[in-house]
Design a protein around this ligand. Sequence first.
Ligand SMILES: NC(=O)c1ccc[n+]([C@@H]2O[C@H](COP(=O)([O-])OP(=O)(O)OC[C@H]3O[C@@H](n4cnc5c(N)ncnc54)[C@H](O)[C@@H]3O)[C@@H](O)[C@H]2O)c1
Ligand SMILES: N/C(=C\C=C\C=O)C(=O)O
Length: 500
Amino acid sequence: ALTSQTTTTAPPASGTPRDIRNFIGGDFVDGVAGFDKIDPVDGAVIGRVHEAGRHEVDRAVAAARAAFDGPWGRMSVGDRATLLRRIADAIERRFDDLVAAEVGDTGKPETLARDLDVARAAMNFRSFADTVASTGLDSFLTELADGRRALNYAIRKPLGVVAIIVPWNLPLLLLTWKLAPALASGNTVVIKPSEETPSSATLLAEILSEAGVPDGVVNVVHGFGEDSAGAFLTGHPGIDGVTFTGETSTGSAIMRAVAPRVRPVSFELGGKNAAVVFADADLDAAIAGLARSTYLNTGQVCLCTERIYVERPIFDEMAAGLAEQARRLRLGRPENPATTTGPLISQAHRAKVLSYFDLAREEGATVLAGGGVPTLGDGLDGGSWIEPTLWSGLDNSNRAVREEVFGPVAAIIPFDTEAEAIALANDTDYGLAAVTWTSDLTRGHRVAQRMRTGMSWVNTWYLRDLRSPFGGMGLSGIGREGGHHSLEFYTEPTNVCVQL
Ligand SMILES: NC(=O)c1ccc[n+]([C@@H]2O[C@H](COP(=O)([O-])OP(=O)(O)OC[C@H]3O[C@@H](n4cnc5c(N)ncnc54)[C@H](O)[C@@H]3O)[C@@H](O)[C@H]2O)c1
Ligand SMILES: N/C(=C\C=C\C=O)C(=O)O
């Protein structure tokens, strides 16, 4: 049982770094080493994270297996759905603490953490409670030509112990997007949050325990990837499946790790997402929509637009309008309600994004907005801040237009025909998300369907139905999650055939 002194995620007294521990078998557990959690807003050390070693990962997998073999593995679908709804209620009771954890780790505006990250955490649990309670089984009355008859029906069983490995951009949203269906399907889990954002997952473990999730069902181990907790987990013989969100290169590494044991993987990976704007689009709506799809969460959303193709007659107007929107964004402290845009997650990530700012200039870019590091004063200049940026003068041959930057920047490029626009948008090895802006909905449907992406929005972006298939193709991922698609991954069907 948890008491207030066993938890490590209570808001710290001001100035003292928080102690962030692993959560194994229902207890908060020290690690073998430690690393600092740096505040992206001002560079201060705000936490000391306990890194899980092989032994801690072994303990976490063993705890998950023991819980799976216990009462949890025999729980009814109805009872699991009820528990997921209780978890959603518990998340809403601790809403402010989860917002504080997410904002502390990422520096994102508090308004964004409230409206997106934490709000979606509760929604994810409710959505999968509904899904698991309402998704039927396959069954057929089989009648063969030779007169034999049979009943075929498929039952779904949980995979077992699932590894959940998630990134730092939408930490709680992405964790609960996988945790909810994994639990709904009867699995137990070991979570490895990003080393950049350990807090909300650790607090969530406490909340789940208070909501009645039995010890060992959910475990959290902190650390890095290679030669650390992430790799110890994916290479562990006790893991029955891996669900991962992160960089494409990491996905490849995880595939190699599970290959010897042929374990199933569900991957949401990188992207280089395109938007196509036709001359008949509602320009104000398109400019506002593109400002959101390019700069939301400081461009650190896998679905963000990094390539904008605009029909030539409106190119100048679109470029000027979007550059103006970029300049209007308000960088500042998360608690300021006027703040629209936070810092990047770290100095290391900022160095990566700035390297693309330099590369784009070398490749001939014209910088229509931003292009550097802002001077914010107010004690913020130790943070990982960057100017929202817009490039013109590039084309699909440039690395800055082909490689994922994962920051607040896009290249805006003209086109002349619909066929050319589709070819330009599909000219990538990624395949995650596309956006089409046009007033001609017949064209909107046609163009959206021809995008070689997992998701394709028309006259909007990141409008989500949690039952629809979410994921990417090519370098953007393997599989789909959402609604019954998640159950397809987190369970193994057994088809039973009974001769009648
Ligand atoms: N498709 C999506 O839905 C989606 C969503 C968010 C982020 N992303 C992608 O994630 C990237 C940014 O996030 P990131 O920097 O945290 O990604 P990352 O791949 O560096 O790390 C993601 C997670 O994987 C872990 N990890 C790293 N190497 C590992 C290994 N060898 N074995 C096991 N675990 C390992 C990390 O510790 C972290 O927890 C971007 O490329 C972005 O496009 C994709
Ligand atoms: N998986 C989801 C979002 C992914 C965002 C990537 O950064 C979702 O909205 O369910």
